[in-house]
Design a protein around this ligand. Structure first.
Ligand SMILES: [Zn+2]
Length: 359
């Protein structure tokens, strides 16, 4: 009863302190139903796993030592509001605990119900949970011309996206041969991506010769197809470096169907860089510095990579945010609601930004 195509089977977390019931459910849903089922007897472990792994459904018992099903349900609702949770009850009668759960659980299942019915109900819940999860999916693609561009401009925001559970990918279009040996900088890019929990796509366009048409547009388009991003970060057009401007232009073409597009600040940005979205990165600034430190072959020769400049830039932009450090972004497109997105928009700055955008 797993889903068709080449999709992985639905993942179900069973929480029941009764080992026999747990084994029965693993057999019924796993062996017979074809789902990927894990069972734990400990609600605290369940909470930890439910919030750190991807699940389509949590099936929980009501009465357990340490934490009741109600407490687990409340904690799950706070931590993962979109997660489908069904409650398993032993008795047909609704006692107090069950009625308290009634309006919080997605479904009630009786342990005594015929196995085929249980399986069918679970399959429907898994399908529903998966659809909700895919609808809520957020994937971020950050596009830079050279190694370290994305990290300097947006590493903090990317870490915020990661903490929100979003997928993050980085596309770096050149290996920066002019600023170091290609292999060294490719390795550094990998280290930096690892530090950010991001997937790296490394192209091999010619440093200082990146064009605004092809092959740049095709290179970006193929990564967009692979990643299916919902959010884009890339260079601002307000930048004195031609590679940066050309990547901006190519990205505008290749990401035209994507609802959220933001431009980050490079050290070569001009005074026309006019951000209207600010992402507070107080908890991420150290992670950002760690990612930038990966470019060790460059930190000796590039003044813009020194930590105090990175930090003081973020300190400066915090005047428009709500913390001590912030990254600043120009907004190209911002479709739909901002809920679940990092940062706060400053529409009051937008009119001001528009005045300067006459080019
Ligand atoms: Zn660059």
């Amino acid at each position: 009863m797993s889903t068709d195509h080449d999709e992985p089977p639905g993942r179900i977390l069973v929480v029941d302190d009764d080992v026999v019931t747990g084994r029965f459910l693993v057999h019924l849903l796993g062996t017979r139903g074809g789902f990927d089922v894990s069972h734990t007897t400990d609600p605290a472990v369940a909470l930890q796993r439910a919030t750190s792994e991807t699940w389509d459904l949590v099936l929980t018992d009501v009465e357990m030592p340490g934490m009741t099903g109600l407490e687990l349900l409340q904690a799950l609702r706070r931590a993962s509001p979109d997660l489908n949770v069904a409650v398993l009850t032993s008795h047909a009668s609704l006692d107090n605990a069950v009625s308290a759960l009634r309006d919080r659980a997605d479904e009630f299942l009786q342990k005594s119900m015929p196995p085929d019915d249980l399986l069918a109900t679970v399959a429907a819940l898994v399908a529903e949970g998966r659809a909700a999860r895919l609808a809520a999916r957020q994937a971020v693609l950050a596009i830079g011309a050279h190694p370290d561009d994305v990290e300097i401009g947006a590493a903090g925001a990317l870490l915020v996206h990661r903490s929100l559970g979003h997928e993050v990918s980085i596309l770096t279009l050149s290996r920066g041969a002019r600023g170091g040996t290609e292999n060294t900088r490719a390795g550094e890019s990998e280290m930096a991506a690892l530090a950010l929990g991001a997937t790296l796509f490394l192209e091999n366009l010619q440093d200082t010769q990146i064009r605004e048409g092809d092959p740049t547009i095709s290179a970006i388009s193929s990564v967009v197809q692979a990643v299916r991003p919902t959010v884009i970060y890339t260079h601002s057009v307000h930048d004195v470096h031609q590679d940066h401007r050309n990547v901006h232009q190519a990205a505008m073409v290749a990401t035209r169907g994507i609802g959220r597009v933001y431009c980050f600040q490079s050290p070569s940005a001009t005074v026309d860089f006019r951000p209207t979205r600010f992402v507070t990165i107080d908890d991420e600034v150290d992670g950002k510095l760690t990612a930038i430190k990966a470019f060790a072959s460059q930190t000796q020769v590039r003044a813009y990579l020194v930590p105090d400049l990175i930090k003081s830039t973020a300190r400066y932009w915090s005047r428009y945010g709500d913390g001590l450090y912030a990254e600043a972004f120009e907004v190209i497109r911002e479709a739909g609601t901002s809920a679940g997105q990092p940062g706060s928009p400053r529409p009051d700055l937008a009119a001001h930004a528009a005045e300067g955008a006459g080019e």
